[in-house]
Design a protein around this ligand. Structure first.
Ligand code: SF4
Length: 281
């Protein structure tokens, strides 16, 4: 908490932390030095992890989806998506039938927020309310995410963009399958390229696996220096923080304190990234 903040602001922060379920006695542990540390994630690991796994698992999609398309067609589709602007991207996602999740959706949910944001939060996939309203993270999990954002002085739509690993609702809110995340990955990659965030926060294991590949459990990824490399050729490295999904936190109150640790670490990384950007070369 910033001692220089006016009392009202400190009170609001305390309220928000209470809403998130943080104990007043809880204190952030001493954090290790952070910053742009060497990447613990190699693009090859991502490709050889989830993506390879998904290719091996690819199978016909009931109802005529096309996750089993040959790899040449998959590559061509990914290249086409990589050239889309925002409007075309939204149209493409709305009409997409590249995996079986298109069958039961009411609508695809591209994302919401500031398209030039420094912060990009990525969740798993739309739930029932998101599917109905066309916006990610609404309902109780969305309310908690908003509280988490407010706790680090952020708010939805202001320097924050929120997206999901898959754009269509998995039936019964199940975890998206690897093959579905791979089918949707070109959209997420294009969103990252268009937004060019300074920091990515991955909410939950599925989001982590969608972006980084299957490189470990969520517990093992928390607190690790991770990077996502934007673009083919291993271009710009964007720091990544992995934390719990708000829906999980609603069910598992004790882990909210860990999520708060992750958010504090994310805020420190963002300050470092902004500081590095303004420092003279
Ligand atoms: S989840 Fe993604 S890949 Fe699957 S149909 Fe929806 S937009 Fe297309």
């Amino acid at each position: 908490m910033n001692a220089s903040q006016p009392p009202d602001s400190r009170w609001q922060r305390a309220q928000l932390l209470r809403e998130m379920g943080f104990s007043p006695q809880w204190r952030l542990r001493q954090q290790p030095a952070v910053g742009r540390q060497p990447s613990a994630v190699l693009a090859d690991a991502a490709r050889a992890g989830l993506h390879q796994q998904a290719v091996e698992q690819a199978r016909p999609v009931p109802g005529g989806g096309s996750a089993d398309v040959p790899s040449a067609a998959r590559t061509e589709r990914a290249e086409q998506i990589a050239r889309l602007g925002w409007d075309e991207l939204a149209e493409s996602v709305a009409a997409c039938r590249a995996c079986g999740l298109c069958e039961q959706r009411r609508q695809a949910v591209l994302g919401v927020g500031d398209r030039g944001a420094d912060w990009l939060f990525i969740g798993e996939g739309p739930g029932a309310e998101e599917d109905a309203r066309g916006e990610p993270f609404v309902g109780p999990a969305g309310k908690l995410l908003d509280a988490m954002l407010a706790a680090i002085d952020l708010r939805r739509g202001a320097d924050v963009y929120i997206a999901n690993a898959v754009k269509c609702r998995p039936p019964s809110n199940r975890t998206p399958e690897a093959v579905e995340m791979v089918a949707c990955a070109p959209y997420l990659r294009r969103q990252i390229e268009l937004i060019q965030p300074r920091l990515i926060v991955l909410l939950g294991r599925a989001a982590a696996h969608a972006l980084l590949g299957d490189i470990g459990s969520l517990a093992s990824l928390r607190g690790r220096p991770l990077e996502y490399r934007e673009g083919a050729g291993g271009g710009v490295a964007i720091p990544v923080v992995v934390t719990y999904h708000p829906a999980y936190l609603l069910r598992t109150l004790p882990d909210k304190a860990k999520a708060w640790e992750d958010l504090c670490r994310a805020r420190t990384l963002m300050r470092t990234a902004k500081g590095a950007a303004t420092r003279p070369a």
